[in-house]
Design a protein around this ligand. Structure first.
Ligand code: ACM
Length: 543
């Protein structure tokens, strides 16, 4: 219906004619909807030169925004009538905003441009009645800005792209072995040293190509405040991730005392320039705990509780070799009465769980935080398949389903030879469309702990925005529909109908300047012949 993506819950065309938005159309943004009013004026004002001046109630030539608390918080109703114009009522300010996104889609691809491309004149909106709301409250996208830095402007653009797809959680992967990307005032070397690397492996880890251009960058605290405010205006929650105790070589290169100094000479480490799982993990010392409490104090300041209730502490792929070899780590384990290194990892995570909980936030981590005992109140990003999420949900923990076999958008989109730097399993647009976040067989009680789902984008082989666009689109459109719309079971989903709607959606993406993978395969400049990836053959296991 009307080529909307994600598909609305219910939409009816009430008449074949249309309501015309024109220079005289006014906009009434009632209490609580002011930011959506601002967004509509800015967006449609730019695209069509429509002034949408305030006021005009009762004239019938108006866009009327209101909150109706009887609706679900993110739900909305959008009606277009000849006598009443456009009315959007949402269960909250967020619902009104998602309704405004639907209105933009109804206005055609030109509504996605930033200046008029045709003659000035009225814009037709079909007469209809839409009743809509999301399946999940957590509809996320994770961007890894650590492996390759994404400038603030590109991050803001991704927030706009998320909003256009009614996605509402931005998981911001800010630190990793290859770079520390957020200014921390009390530990300035994290960015002075940790945000830069001398060179970068070009392609996946088996590649023998190097880009000798130094790479790096970081967000100042004002950049972060801008990103957080921009997201909030679009009803997107931000989940900042500081990845500990693994994935920490950039931090250790800046402050060598954070590493296992009794195992290796950590002062010889630099920001990592290649890919893989890194053995240089944090030392389980009081100094490390105090250092990261300081980091998280600044994080809590920058990411306020109302828009960032969750703080992600990583917890993935922490190799235990150095802890096994380190007399200091072993002494720590003995002192704590711990019987294995997995328990030491748990102790680390539990420390920050308690610390965050005491400050009114919730910890979320990758599913490895289940190993050795899950911290109370912690939520899990289930990435190694469904299993971690199922175990966590059955144990009463909240879960975000983001299994790598299904929704890691760094994985290749096609099995052909032209995919650039192909990684992982073949995950086509149709595969993503048939992804089901709630695994079958889960008890009703456990299923209620599935907060939602998230697509993750790791950028080892995505050097810039064009590479990210190529991997993310068009699959994010299918993902958005999975997260928002009430789809039937995977095998019964009407992919052909989705593809027909995609025809209109590609025109929107074109207007937005998104460098998606065309249905026919990569264009010549999107290929990277001769640069090694790491494809995995065969279908993904159903785990
Ligand atoms: C992950 O992909 N290491 C969370």
């Amino acid at each position: 219906m009307h080529q909307l993506i994600p598909a609305p819950v219910r939409a009816e065309t009430t008449d074949r004619s249309a309501f015309l938005l024109d220079g005289a159309t006014t906009l009434t943004a009632r209490a609580g909807t002011e930011s959506t009013g601002r967004w509509l004026r800015t967006t449609l004002g730019a695209a069509f030169g429509l002034p949408l001046v305030p006021g005009g109630e009762g004239t019938g030539n108006t866009v009327d925004l209101r909150i109706d608390p009887a609706r679900e918080p993110e739900g909305y109703r959008l009606t277009v009538t000849p006598g009443g114009g456009v009315e959007i009522s949402g269960g909250s300010a967020a619902g009104v905003f998602w309704g405004a996104q639907t209105l933009r889609q109804l206005l055609g691809p030109e509504a996605f441009r930033r200046a008029p491309v045709g003659p000035a004149g009225p814009r037709a909106v079909p007469l209809l009645d839409i009743e809509d709301g999301p399946r999940f409250g957590w509809r996320g996208l994770m961007l890894d800005v650590a492996r390759h830095f994404m400038p603030t402007d590109d991050v803001l653009r991704y927030l706009d792209l998320m909003a256009a797809h009614k996605l509402n959680v931005f998981h911001f992967h800010l630190t990793d072995d290859q770079g520390w990307r957020i200014e921390i005032k009390r530990h300035p070397r994290l960015t002075e040293t940790g945000a830069w690397r001398a060179r970068t492996r070009y392609g996946h880890r088996a590649s023998d190509l190097w880009d000798e251009t130094p790479h790096g960058g970081y967000y100042t605290q004002d950049d972060i405040r801008e990103i957080v405010a921009y997201a909030a205006e679009r009803h997107i929650r931000v989940v900042p991730e500081i990845d500990i105790p693994g994935h920490s070589q950039a931090a250790i290169s800046a402050y060598p005392e954070l590493g296992n100094t009794d195992v290796i000479d950590t002062s010889a480490l630099s920001v990592w320039d290649t890919w893989g799982v890194n053995p240089n993990v944090l030392a389980p010392t009081d100094n490390t705990l105090r250092f990261f409490e300081g980091v998280f104090e600044e994080i809590l300041d920058l990411f306020p509780a109302d828009t960032s209730p969750f703080i992600h502490i990583g917890g993935d792929e922490c190799l235990k070799d150095q802890w096994k070899q380190s007399p200091a780590a072993q002494a720590r384990m003995a002192g704590l009465g711990l019987t294995g290194e997995d328990e030491l990892q748990s102790w680390f995570i539990r420390h920050f769980d308690g610390w965050l909980t005491a400050r009114g936030r919730r910890l979320i981590g990758w599913d490895e935080i289940l190993e050795g005992g899950l911290a109370e109140g912690a939520a899990v990003s289930s990435w190694r398949g469904y299993a971690g999420g199922i175990a966590a949900a059955e144990a009463g923990h909240d879960v975000v389903m983001c299994p790598e076999q299904q929704v890691y958008l760094d994985h290749r989109q096609d099995g052909g030879p032209d995919e650039p730097m192909p990684i992982g399993y073949v995950r086509t647009l149709e595969d993503v469309y048939r992804f089901e976040p709630v695994p079958p067989g889960l008890s009703e009680e456990a299923a209620a702990h599935i907060l939602g789902t998230q697509a993750n984008v790791w950028t080892e082989v995505m050097q810039n925005r064009a590479r990210v666009d190529y991997q993310v689109f068009p699959r994010l459109a299918a993902f958005a529909e999975v997260a928002w719309s009430p789809l039937p079971a995977p095998a019964e989903r009407d992919f052909a109908a989705f593809e027909r709607r995609m025809a209109a959606h590609y025109a929107r993406l074109d207007a937005l300047g998104v460098g998606y993978r065309p249905p026919g395969g990569p264009l010549p400049w999107q290929r990277r012949p001769g640069v090694l990836g790491r494809p995995i053959e065969g279908p993904p296991p159903h785990v």
